[in-house]
Design a protein. Structure first.
Lengths: 257, 290
């Protein structure tokens, strides 16, 4: 139904209020298949909220979200149905800052949980699929290990495999390396780079500017719930046109060196 | 300076740090053992003093020995009633907790009412209401032309006792279950939701399996408490420990003898249950470590 010339994610006029707080102020975005979009901005700018609205972990206050041909609207009069929301979530895979692996399951059980419970795939059939995705993130040898025995980097890679196993149309990464010790960040970014090379459509909220520069097709700077500026990483990092973007980059890049 | 000159006494070890560490460890162990033995000594002394005092006051140990078997047989009734009741109470508590946490206001209302009503009234009254009160309603229903329904409300003593204990403990355990379910981090829900799970799938696969590990020690505590509270069902004539002890106590005016025996049996039961519980907890603590 969709040709590659059409956006796979289409967000229109997205608003989010937390009580009196206007966190997203009518943002719109189109993401093409195979594109890697990196969202940057200060904490509290609304970048994570934006990502979490895409799969309705936060219910948007207003706006429409279209992912792979499925349009879900939100607003004071419109309530998305449970089945619409679940259909949206099946099109997206999410990776969290705090991994959120299921501690009572082994690595492999974590990876196949969605297949078995949500997609109702028989366990014998799901296991080779799960092993395949564990191999992809380089952790097949940890298949029978519980998360408590894994390092932070390994946990996040299992979490990526868990999201990938559902074969989503787009992958959402919400600060995937922010909870990691510095020496463990590299292994997670390596997996993400590989996914980008393979043509996975990705939206990434991160503070890793080097990753953004190297992997992103497009970088968006968010401040106060608005998209201040977007463009190629080259343009954003070398020649930002908005003074707010420039000030943010001066601060984070200065701190990084 | 020569390192060998510093080597401590005791088993020859190549590493002076290691042998020093071992010595410290064995000292700690010995100190702990001595402390435990002192405490055991105090317990033995207390029991002895109590026993001597009672014998001086003409308590008849022979009577206890003669009638011990019939009271001890009641232990199995107490254990049986408690086990069945804790089972039903667990189911009620799970339903109650899901109701209290539900967004559905009817479910919330029903479970809130249940918990409030049961926790606000004495267990003894609940036992009387179920054993003696329900048949009265049953009689009315039969008169109104619903004999099957009426008969359903006439429970024998064991059924009534189990129902009362289950309802009572179910209400208290509802709060335990609620706390256990709420203790599972928000991230777990989000991860389950992001995979596309429905609310029910999330509860069954993600939340409850983790909550149960939090709750099980508390269920153990409730079971221990219930073994003692089950003494109350003796009032409707269930042949458990208290009922049997009471019978002989009154018949032969051997109150101290029989109630002491009953108390000792309950005490023993709780000691054994506590020991089983701590073993179970120890095993659960290692559950995720593979």
């Amino acid at each position: 139904m969709l040709t590659s010339a059409e956006p796979i994610i289409h967000v229109e006029n997205l608003h989010k209020w937390f009580g009196m707080l206007h966190v997203l102020k009518g943002v719109s975005l189109a993401v093409m298949p195979r594109e890697v979009v990196v969202l940057i901005g200060r904490s509290g700018s609304g970048k994570s909220t934006f990502l979490r609205c895409l799969n309705f972990l936060e219910e948007p206050s207003a706006g429409t979200i279209t992912i792979d041909g499925l349009t879900v609207s939100a607003g004071s009069r419109v309530h998305a149905s449970r089945s619409q929301i679940i259909a949206l979530r099946l099109r997206t895979g999410m990776v969290f800052q705090e991994f959120n692996l299921f501690p009572h399951m082994t690595a492999l059980e974590n990876v196949i949980e969605g297949l078995v419970t949500v997609k109702r795939m028989p366990k014998e059939q799901a296991m080779p699929v799960g092993e395949q995705y564990l191999t992809k993130v380089g952790l097949l040898d940890k298949r029978d290990v519980h998360p408590i025995r894994l390092s932070g980097g390994q946990k996040q890679r299992v979490a990526i495999a868990r999201a990938l196993a559902m074969e989503p149309k787009v992958m959402l990464f919400d600060e995937p390396t922010s909870a990691l010790d510095p020496e463990l960040i590299g292994e997670v970014l390596e997996v993400m780079k590989q996914l980008a090379r393979e043509g996975t459509t990705m939206m990434v909220v991160t503070h890793e500017m080097d990753f953004a520069r190297e992997v992103a097709n497009r970088v968006i700077y968010i401040e106060d719930g608005e998209f201040v500026e977007e463009g190629s990483p080259d343009k954003i990092f070398s020649n930002p046109s908005d003074v707010r973007t420039r000030m943010f980059l001066v601060r984070v890049l200065h701190r990084a060196t | 300076m020569d390192v060998n000159a510093l080597r401590p006494f005791g088993p020859a070890s190549a590493d002076p740090d290691l042998s020093m560490g071992l010595k410290l460890l064995s000292d700690q162990r010995r100190a702990r053992l001595v402390r435990v033995m002192k405490i055991v000594g105090v317990w033995i002394a207390l029991v002895t003093v109590l026993a001597v005092a009672l014998l001086q006051l003409r308590v008849d140990p022979g009577y206890i020995v003669d009638h011990r078997q019939i009271v001890i047989d009641g232990v199995w009734v107490t254990i049986g009633v408690s086990l069945i009741s804790i089972g039903f109470a667990t189911i009620l508590a799970l339903l109650g907790a899901l109701g209290r946490l539900s967004r559905n206001s009817i479910a919330q209302g029903i479970s809130g009412f249940y918990v409030s009503l049961v926790r606000g009234t004495p267990l003894l009254i609940q036992i009387y209401l179920i054993y003696s009160g329900l048949p009265q309603i049953g009689k009315q229903l039969t008169a109104l032309g619903f004999p099957q329904l009426g008969r359903l409300l006439v429970l024998d003593a064991t059924q009534a006792g189990i129902l009362a204990l289950s309802l009572n403990y179910g209400a208290y355990m509802t709060e335990i279950f609620r706390a256990g379910i709420q203790s599972i981090g928000h991230g777990q829900r989000e991860a389950a939701e992001a995979l596309g799970m429905t609310h029910g799938q999330m509860l069954r696969r993600i939340i409850l399996p983790q909550a149960v590990r939090v709750i099980i020690p508390d269920i153990g505590n409730q079971f221990i408490a219930m073994q003692k509270d089950s003494a109350l069902v003796s009032v409707i004539g269930i042949w458990e420990i208290t009922f049997r002890a009471n019978r002989f106590a009154r018949q032969d005016s051997k109150f101290i003898e029989m109630y002491l025996l009953a108390a000792a049996l309950y005490w023993l039961l709780t000691i054994i249950s506590s020991w089983l519980q701590s073993r179970l907890e120890g095993r659960m603590a290692h559950a995720y470590e593979r």
